[in-house]
Design a protein around this ligand. Structure first.
Ligand SMILES: [Zn+2]
Ligand SMILES: [Zn+2]
Length: 236
C-alpha cells in the first residue's frame, strides 16, 4: 500500500523535532494510533477488515499493545480476539501429524513442525504494512524538501536526536537528492560524535576517583545511545 508524500508529513516531522527522540518514530506512533483506532472501529462493521485481521492474527506485539491504549476500542478488540482465540482453539483440536519427518529430524529428536501448523499468521500486521508505506512517503517528502528548506534543516539540526538509525537507513535508501543525503549524514555524524563524548564523560564518572562529581547532561547518554540505535518514541 503506497502512500503519497505530502507537505503535511514534513510539517509533522518538523513539529516532532521539538520533542525528545527520533521525530519520525514520534510521528509514526501517532499514525499507528490513528490507524489502529480506525481499523478497530471498522472491524465491527466491515467484513473485509475482519478477514484481514483474521489472516494477520490481529496486530503484532507492538501494535496490539498500542491498540489496547487507544480509547473506545474495547468492543472492537474483544470481537477480534474472541474470533482469533476461537479459531486457534479449533486449530489445536486438529490431530497432530504423526509423521516422523526426515532422518535428520528423527536423529535430532526435533518435533515435527506440523505440531504448530495453523498457529502461524498468514499475513503481516496491517498496522506495520500501513506504517511502512507512510514512513516511506514521509521520508521521501522530508529528503525532497531538506536541501531547499532552511527552517526544516534548522529544525532537524536543533532536534534532540535526529533520525534514529532504522529511520536514517530508510531515509538514505529512499532519498532522491544527493544534497539531502549529505545533510543527513553530516547531521548524524555530528550528533554521534557529541554523544560519544557524553558517554566518555558518563563512563569517567563511574571511576571511583571521580564518582563524587555531580551528574550533568550525560546522565542519560547511555539511554539516548540505545534509543538512537533502535528507535522508539518517548511521550513527553
Ligand atoms: Zn525513528
Ligand atoms: Zn505491527
Amino acid at each position: 500500500m503506497s502512500q503519497t508524500p505530502t507537505p503535511s508529513m514534513v510539517y509533522d516531522i518538523l513539529e516532532a523535532c521539538a520533542h525528545p527522540g527520533c521525530p519520525l518514530c514520534r510521528v509514526s506512533r501517532r499514525w499507528a494510533e490513528r490507524f489502529v483506532a480506525a481499523i478497530l472501529y471498522e472491524e465491527v462493521t466491515d467484513p473485509h477488515t475482519r478477514g484481514r485481521l483474521r489472516d494477520s492474527f490481529g496486530f503484532c506485539r507492538e501494535h496490539a499493545w498500542q491498540a489496547t491504549e487507544v480509547g473506545g476500542t474495547l468492543l472492537g478488540m474483544s470481537i477480534i480476539y474472541r474470533s482469533l482465540l476461537n479459531h486457534l482453539a479449533g486449530e489445536l483440536e486438529k490431530p497432530v501429524s504423526t509423521s516422523r519427518g526426515n532422518w535428520w529430524q528423527a536423529l535430532g529428536g526435533r518435533r515435527d513442525v506440523d505440531a504448530a501448523s495453523g498457529l502461524f499468521a498468514a499475513t503481516e500486521c496491517p498496522a506495520c504494512i500501513h506504517l511502512r508505506g507512510m514512513e516511506d512517503a514521509a521520508l521521501i517528502a522530508l529528503t525532497d524538501a531538506l536541501p531547499d528548506n532552511a527552517s526544516l534543516r534548522a529544525g532537524l539540526a536543533q532536534s534532540h536526536s535526529g533520525l534514529c538509525l532504522p529511520h536514517l537507513r530508510q531515509a538514505l535508501t529512499l532519498a532522491r537528492s544527493d544534497a539531502a543525503i549529505e545533510i543527513l549524514r553530516e547531521d548524524t555524524r555530528r550528533r554521534l560524535r557529541a554523544l560519544v563524548g557524553e558517554l566518555d564523560e558518563f563512563i569517567r564518572k563511574y571511576d571511583h576517583r571521580f564518582n563524587k562529581e555531580a551528574w550533568g547532561a550525560e546522565h542519560d547518554s547511555w539511554e539516548r545511545a540505545v534509543l538512537w540505535m533502535v528507535g522508539g518514541a518517548r511521550e513527553s
